[in-house]
Design a protein around this ligand. Structure first.
Ligand code: PLP
Length: 431
């Protein structure tokens, strides 16, 4: 890390040497008092690429011009639409092309993958997950366990931070896996915990799970487009993600899955079926008997939600141009600068609960306030700084390398710093 300074000039000088700075121009920013907001919610809903509108109109025109023939005659034929994403998604998560597919949405995909990877038997039915996982994941796992006739209290083992700590010790996960041993069916964790921003060591967790004969899967909602990964080499069994956070593909945007080729290329490995997952040459032959196509694409059920995927296509193009390597480099610097500036704030009472080690986090900082968290959050909003409030007392801030600037980060700091005067009660009244 360079030596940082808490000044606007310094922040602007970092922007001037930032090769990714021009990418900001490719996005629409919400407005506040006639100016772009300082947007730190890319981990909740990414901004709209300006190219989406044009591409959407093109797709509408293809539908108007071709009707049903658009399946083959559209500029991007709908019959093959999911193929257009494989290469770019594979790069983002470190997979082979056949190991990924864009389909459905995140929680739906989590259920579908658990239908394949959580097939408990009497002796092996337990699941290890992180405590405080995103509620949707908790509900999915709870109901999967019930569906198989087990009690969540018995079957689900949650790993918590140690007493007084905020992040989970990786060692505790590994020890729990070894401890549960051959009763363990599945380890399922967030790649990055949505609340603290902690990035888990997927390779080590997967290895430990495999050692006791369990599968390992990850929810990459907060990892994809944030942290470079190597799912294939790490031997991860499966993963799923959404595209509307760091991938900027719009609300309810199409999700994605990874299935390791060990399983994806094995036609006898169980998956729930639909016509879109069938062997493609026979897709329209309406024959009896499901024959899965190769790879993750065989988990598809329905035909591709094309209009939903238009935004995904536009957004992934931008990622491709920026490149994960440059993004990660800037991410470390930008988040590092935010962390430095927060360290200069002495008037407010909060702790950063995100790991300090850049290798253990992405572009998110979570601040846990003792008090006044909500007041701080409201002040930020009034100043045109869009952050994210999580009950009971956490403000999450995501400086996204694709469109946030060092000046954005400085402006956020400025609001916090200037609250000093507002919040410090004067002992003698006004002078
Ligand atoms: C955002 C998010 C979800 C949301 O799921 P959807 O099915 O896309 O609504 C689920 N899990 C995690 C960890 C998330 O961060």
């Amino acid at each position: 890390m360079p030596t940082f300074e808490a000044s606007l000039e310094f922040a602007q000088s970092l922007d001037q040497t930032d090769i990714l700075f021009p990418f900001r121009e490719r996005f629409h920013f919400p407005q506040h008092n006639g100016k772009d907001v300082h947007y730190f919610c890319g981990n909740s809903l990414g901004l709209q690429p300006k190219s989406v509108g044009y591409l959407m109109e093109k797709e509408l025109a293809d539908w108007a011009a071709h009707g049903v023939e658009g399946h083959f005659r559209a500029a991007l034929p709908w019959f093959s639409y999911h193929h257009f994403f494989s290469e770019r998604l594979a790069k983002l998560v470190g997979a082979h092309k056949d190991e990924v597919v864009a389909m459905n949405t995140l929680t739906v995909n989590l259920h579908l993958l658990m239908m394949s990877f959580y097939r408990p038997t009497n002796g092996r039915y337990k699941i290890i997950m992180e405590a405080g996982a995103f509620p949707s994941d908790q509900y999915a796992i709870e109901t999967q366990v019930r569906m198989h006739g087990y009690e969540p209290d018995d079957a689900i083992i949650e790993i918590s931070p140690r007493y007084g700590a905020h992040i989970i010790e990786e060692e505790d996960i590994l020890n729990a896996i070894a401890g549960v041993g051959d009763e363990l069916a599945l380890v399922i964790m967030g790649g990055v915990n949505y609340y603290t921003g902690q990035f888990f060591d997927m390779a080590r967790i997967t290895e430990a799970a495999h050692q006791v004969g369990a599968y390992a899967g990850f929810d990459l909602a907060h990892a994809v487009g944030n942290i470079p990964m190597k799912l294939h080499d790490w031997q991860v069994d499966f993963a799923c993600w959404c595209s509307y956070k760091y991938l900027n593909s719009g609300p309810g945007g199409v999700g994605g899955i990874f299935v390791h080729e060990k399983w994806g290329n094995d036609p006898s490995f169980f998956r729930l079926a639909g016509w879109w997952g069938n062997e493609e040459t026979n897709r329209f032959k309406m024959k009896k008997g499901f024959v899965p196509q190769k790879g993750a694409a065989s988990w598809q059920m329905s035909n591709a939600p094309v209009f939903n995927m238009v935004a995904h296509n536009a957004a992934l193009d931008i990622y491709e141009k920026a490149g994960m390597t440059a993004l990660k480099e800037k991410s470390i610097l930008l988040t590092g600068y935010l962390e430095y500036l927060l360290g200069q704030v002495t008037n407010l009472s909060f702790v950063v609960i995100t790991p300090k080690d850049p290798a253990r986090r992405g572009c998110q900082i979570s601040m846990l306030f003792n008090d006044r968290g909500r007041e701080v959050f409201d002040k930020l909003t009034e100043a045109g700084v869009v952050a994210d409030w999580r009950e009971p007392n956490v403000i999450r801030v995501a400086p996204v390398p694709l469109y946030n600037t060092f000046e954005d980060v400085y402006r956020l700091y400025e609001v916090l710093k200037n609250m000093e005067a507002d919040l410090t009660p004067s002992a003698f009244g006004a002078n």
